[in-house]
Design a protein around this ligand. Sequence first.
Ligand code: COA
Length: 164
Amino acid sequence: MTTTVRPAGEADLPAILALHNHHILNTLSIWRLQPADLAERKAWFEGRLAMGFPVLVADEGGEAVGYASYGPFRTGEGYDRTVENSIYVRQDRQGRGIARALMRALIAEAKAQGRHVMVAGIGLPNEASVRLHAGLGFVEAGRLREVGWKFGRPLDLLLMQLML
Ligand SMILES: CC(C)(COP(=O)(O)OP(=O)(O)OC[C@H]1O[C@@H](n2cnc3c(N)ncnc32)[C@H](O)[C@@H]1OP(=O)(O)O)[C@@H](O)C(=O)NCCC(=O)NCCS
């Protein structure tokens, strides 16, 4: 099936919510513990758009099977040229180049917006994400030891950055 990358719309929010909650409940990629609801994702989506940040989806037959976005890296106008990305692809669609296509579109948008740096904060271990970002030109910028805690264990955060 053909996959296209397009801006997300409100109709994509249930699929985005399902992906988000899958990772909250089952993986180390999101360091939250309680599932979100649709109202929370809607507020997140509207907040991103209101701040001028993109939310992109990978569309297969009208269905969102992955999404990518970026938001602020840290608070304060001095950080406005730096963004932090997120990228998720549905498990049954992984390994087909969807994340790379989403990230390329996201990076193009960041450049068009005049951003200077994109940061990925990757909870370890996450070999797939590290390789995905490295393949796009991100380089390791630091590793914060045991700043996260999930599933009863401390977690390291790897920071990677791409000069846009
Ligand atoms: C990381 C993730 C987004 C990759 O999505 P994907 O669509 O499967 O990735 P792609 O098919 O576009 O692969 C692009 C590159 O990523 C790397 N990669 C992807 N999956 C990988 C895996 N299982 N093991 C090692 N490298 C992997 C490879 O370098 C790959 O390039 P290659 O195929 O030329 O070797 C996906 O595994 C995912 O959603 N994981 C859970 C959520 C997550 O961890 N998000 C990132 C949070 S920081």
